[in-house]
Design a protein around this ligand. Structure first.
Ligand code: DGL
Length: 228
């Protein structure tokens, strides 16, 4: 069984795409709603909370855990892979930032805006992955700290959230000047994709990670059938 972890409802956007792409694979989902949102927390807190989530999913019988959360992928994945998984032979934890950037590298993008939580922006994870995989892409990181709390509070579709999305998108546009794509660097943000599209003064592609991650997982499982 493959476990999917997020602080809240965001990872469901990834899980839905995985279920469509890989309908035969058993999955389970864990949301740490008690401690959501993660985006304003320290790297140490995010690491400990994410590791608790991974251990819970291991207890539920998952050998493979997907951090369906950019904040956890940015702040906790490396330490988990390098320092914590040793005591769980045969278990694996994967993130979603590397596969996203792999799919977008060498696609002709020159300047991309990455919308994310504060912790993801602060980690520099998207900037580092693009620098490594396609240094031709300049990344403008813009944090949207109020979106996840509002989405978790059920405010999707409200005027309050729409106005906030418009404010942040306009601010990111001003910061970036020119840009040719917007990456939704938080798995909660597909819930406000329409509001983002309506706020843009110039239409550019809005890139949602869900299908990218599902495709990348399908390829991973072909290489590692032990997890299927
Ligand atoms: N869905 C998580 C992400 O992709 C979110 C965030 C949070 O808890 O702040 O970053």
């Amino acid at each position: 069984m493959i476990g999917f972890f997020d602080s809240g409802v965001g990872g469901l956007t990834i899980l839905d795409a995985v279920k469509k792409r890989l309908p035969e694979i058993p999955t389970t989902y864990l949301a740490d709603t008690e401690h959501a949102p993660y985006g304003g927390r320290s790297q140490e807190e995010i690491l400990e909370l994410t590791w608790q989530g991974c251990e819970e999913l291991f207890r539920r019988g998952c050998d493979l855990v997907i951090l369906a959360c950019n904040t956890a992928s940015a702040s906790a994945l490396r330490t988990i892979q390098q320092e914590r998984l040793g005591k769980y032979p045969g278990k694996r934890v994967l993130g979603i930032i590397r596969p996203t950037v792999e799919a977008l590298a060498h696609q002709g993008y020159a300047r991309v805006i990455v919308l994310s939580t504060q912790a993801t922006k602060h980690s520099g994870a998207f900037v580092k992955e693009f620098a490594h995989l396609d240094p031709g892409v300049q990344v403008i990181s813009h944090a949207c700290p109020t979106w996840v709390p509002m989405i978790e509070a059920g405010k999707t579709g409200t005027e309050e959230l729409r106005a906030d999305v418009e404010r942040e998108v306009r601010s990111a546009e001003r910061e970036a000047g020119t840009f040719d794509a917007i990456i939704l660097g938080c798995t909660h943000y597909p819930y406000v994709k329409n509001e983002i599209a309506q706020s843009l003064t110039r239409p550019v592609p809005i890139i949602d990670q869900a299908d990218i991650v599902a495709e990348s997982l399908a390829r991973y499982l072909q290489r590692h059938p032990v997890f299927t």
